[in-house]
Write a protein that binds this ligand. Sequence first.
Ligand SMILES: *Cc1c(COP(=O)(O)O)cnc(C)c1O
Length: 363
Amino acid sequence: MKIPMLDLNAQYEPMKDKVLQAIKDVFDSKRFINGPQIRELEEKLADYCHCKHAIGVTSGTDALLISLMAFDIGEGDEVITTPFTFFATAGSIFRVGAKPIFVDIDPITYNIDPDLLEEKITDKTKAIMPVHIFGQCAEMDKINEIAKRHGLSVIEDAAQAIGSEYKGRRAGSLGDVGCFSFFPSKNLGCCGDGGLVTTNNDEIAEKIRILRQHGSKPKYYHKIIGGNFRLDTMQAAVLLEKFPYLEEWHKGRQNNAEYYNEHLKDVVVTPFVESHNTMIYNQYTIRTPMRDELQNKLNEANIGNAIYYPVPLHLQECFAYLGYKEGDLPESEKASQEVVSIPIYPELTDEQMDYVIQVIKNI
Ligand SMILES: *Cc1c(COP(=O)(O)O)cnc(C)c1O
């Protein structure tokens, strides 16, 4: 048996005709830029994310970047985030000219530890950027309370968490803005790159819409400097066809996670979900001190797997100038040595999961 990390073919097959028709419609209309599908998608996703506004952008990375720009964060500012995340989180902070400040994670959920956060706040701190890692929301009440007390903005990196809930509220509606990605491996993926920013703040929404088109309003008049951060009509059209399946896909991942949990909980550390959270399992990540051995066996057995993330961001070469050294953020460093993610996509069959479980148990 051969099990990929993700089987996009299985996802694509049942909706092929509709997706191809949607792409054809875009070609027929020739409205490749700013087509009506974009607004339609934005309205649906704003509603889905419990937000007043949703703004389609070029990617999850650019969703983070444009959000930082919207809050005028730049040179001389600091933004607090987690080192246990995809590179884009901290990369975007650097790209606006600000300094990423890393806070260690809670080793149980892998999310930023809110109890370690406040001591890192200085008079330069402008924002906190929590990441809902693997599809489980960070501890947002505590984070928001600290942010409020210090007058900071909260930018959610919700790239892995569309539809995730925290105390009944959806990811993207929990901070000042939420940033989503439609990278093909996310729970809602497009056929290329795409992203979204959500917010309940009218002023920030308007500013992001302007920044998305080079800061122009009206056209060719620029009070501020933005960039080209537009989502393609074609991507919006494809996402509109895929969106109706999203809840069903979440369910499939959740059922698979339950099945894995039941059979693996005595062998490895399985994901822990806080009782007030609903997780959408963008990744199913297990943990063991024998990780490297386990990964070798998975590879030998043709089972897709991935390490998210092998090097915590504070130890990345490009961030050496920040002065972190090994041992500074021990929980993130330890997690990087011990985690491995295994296939969790909704179309997995019981036979496939049984095979994965057997291979892991054999070690
Ligand atoms: C995927 C991801 C991003 C970046 O999204 P892109 O659409 O690939 O630019 C940012 N942050 C996290 C946590 C992600 O998982």
